[in-house]
Design a protein around this ligand. Structure first.
Ligand code: 5GP
Ligand code: ZN
Length: 113
């Protein structure tokens, strides 16, 4: 997608603090962190949201979570961390390329706001 912010970050047309990448996914520091550790983990495939995902996307969706777990270990988020996927405007999605938030380094409340 030519005019997608996260596709451009994945293609390195827009700079970011990249923390992980492979053939399927890439991860970078959120520009406006909501916790001491706040990373966005994205598929290279442009999907607007979870709603557009199909069965063929299942391995990629699992990988987003596994990359989050790996980064959480690397970052020593031993007290706990949260992965969040905001799906649709009503849930707070503001960038329409599917992404998983990894948040850690502070306490979190439940239910989320
Ligand atoms: P959403 O609200 O869609 O779930 O999450 C979008 C996230 O992208 C937000 O946490 C926001 O701070 C982050 N973000 C928006 N624009 C940029 C950018 O240009 N660079 C980076 N690194 N993060 C961004
Ligand atoms: Zn995209």
């Amino acid at each position: 997608m030519d005019d997608c912010l996260f596709c451009k970050i994945g293609n390195k047309k827009i700079p970011s603090k990249l923390v992980y990448e492979d053939a399927d996914v890439f991860a970078f520091e959120d520009i406006s962190p909501q916790a001491p550790s706040h990373v966005l983990i994205c598929p290279r495939k442009h999907l607007v949201s979870l709603t557009e995902a199909t069965a063929e996307d299942a391995p990629m969706l699992g990988k987003l979570q596994l990359v989050a777990a790996k980064l959480a270990v690397e970052r020593k988020l031993t007290a706990g961390y949260r992965t969040v996927l905001n799906n649709g405007r009503g849930a707070g999605q503001s960038v329409f390329h599917l992404h998983l938030h990894l948040l850690g380094g502070r306490d979190f409340r439940w239910p989320p706001g």
